[in-house]
Design a binder for this molecule. Structure first.
Ligand code: CAA
Length: 258
């Protein structure tokens, strides 16, 4: 499939989507979000892909929703068209792991999309922010909710109310990103992490992702009960038998994804 706003690469069971609207710092217009949804659908359906990376350019992961497109919206059209939810949240429904590799600006919807991924690895020049308040709106793709869960109320509130950007160092310190790496190694590091995931048992990876998400999306008691159910279910897989047998026999496991 040909995309106008994305670049696609598939290698070593890793599907990489590069956001590609350089003239607008990868701002999310309707076309980009529709294409992103289509690309994620295609990657999810492709059995040769075990992990997905979403990235942007060295200057911008994405500078948020396309302000020029959004400017003309009125309440009724935003509501009736279900603006944002309609084609923005496909990434949250991915069952395969999705890594955000962030360099440069991740602002507004750009920060929100990165937070919808399973984890964020960022370059030293990354800048995260929810500057919507400067435009007379607030984050509309989960920013007030997800940022608060990542970095806590005080920092999230300050960022959403003042529009202040966070550096990569502050983002790592606050738990927003898993790791900061030099800009020229960003894609290598993201691919190394993706490769490590693709070598694991795919169903166990998917169940583990569901379980970590339960911690993030539910209350503790529900989350721990959910985890226990999934943990018990893993003892019905061949990969659990193989993984534990391999450990005891001091050899590498050969997972069959069953
Ligand atoms: N939408 C549309 N176009 C954008 C854009 C956006 N979000 N961000 C940047 N651009 C465009 C600029 O208009 C400019 O285009 P022209 O050359 O045609 O004028 C081009 O990208 C380059 O941008 P700048 O000249 O501004 O680049 P800079 O290096 O001086 O500044 C920046 C970079 C600080 C990121 C600045 O572009 C900026 O502040 N962008 C807007 C960030 C923002 O407010 N994001 C939130 C959007 S609202 C949202 O996302 C809602 C939601 O929750 C879903």
């Amino acid at each position: 499939m040909a995309y106008e706003t994305l670049l696609i690469d598939i290698e070593d069971q890793i599907g990489t989507i590069t956001l590609n609207r350089p003239d607008a710092l990868n701002a999310f217009n309707n076309q980009l979000m529709t294409e992103l949804t289509q690309a994620l659908d295609a990657f999810e359906a492709d059995d040769d892909i075990g992990c997905i990376i979403i990235t942007g350019s060295s200057k911008a992961f994405a500078a948020g929703a396309d302000i020029k497109e959004m400017q003309e919206l009125d309440y009724m059209s935003a509501y009736q068209d279900n603006f944002i939810t309609r084609n923005w949240e496909r990434v949250t429904r991915c069952r395969k792991p999705v890594i955000a590799a962030v360099a440069g600006y991740a602002l507004g919807g750009g920060c929100e999309l990165a937070m919808m991924c399973d984890f964020i690895i960022c370059a030293e020049n990354a800048k995260f922010g929810q500057p919507e308040i400067n435009l007379g709106v607030m984050p509309g793709a989960g920013g007030t909710q997800r940022l608060t869960r990542f970095v806590g109320k005080s920092k999230a509130m300050e960022m959403c109310l003042t529009g202040r950007m966070m550096t990569a160092e502050e983002a790592e310190r606050s738990g927003l990103v898993s790791r900061v790496v030099p800009l020229d190694t960003l894609m290598d590091e993201a691919k190394k992490a993706a490769r490590a995931i693709t070598l694991k048992s795919r169903p166990i990876v998917m169940l583990t992702k569901e379980s970590v998400n339960a911690a993030y999306e539910t209350m503790l008691l529900q989350g721990v009960t959910f985890e226990r159910r999934l943990f018990h279910s893993m003892f019905s897989t061949e990969d659990q038998k193989e993984g534990m047998e391999a450990f005891i026999e001091k050899r590498d496991p050969h997972f069959k994804n069953r």
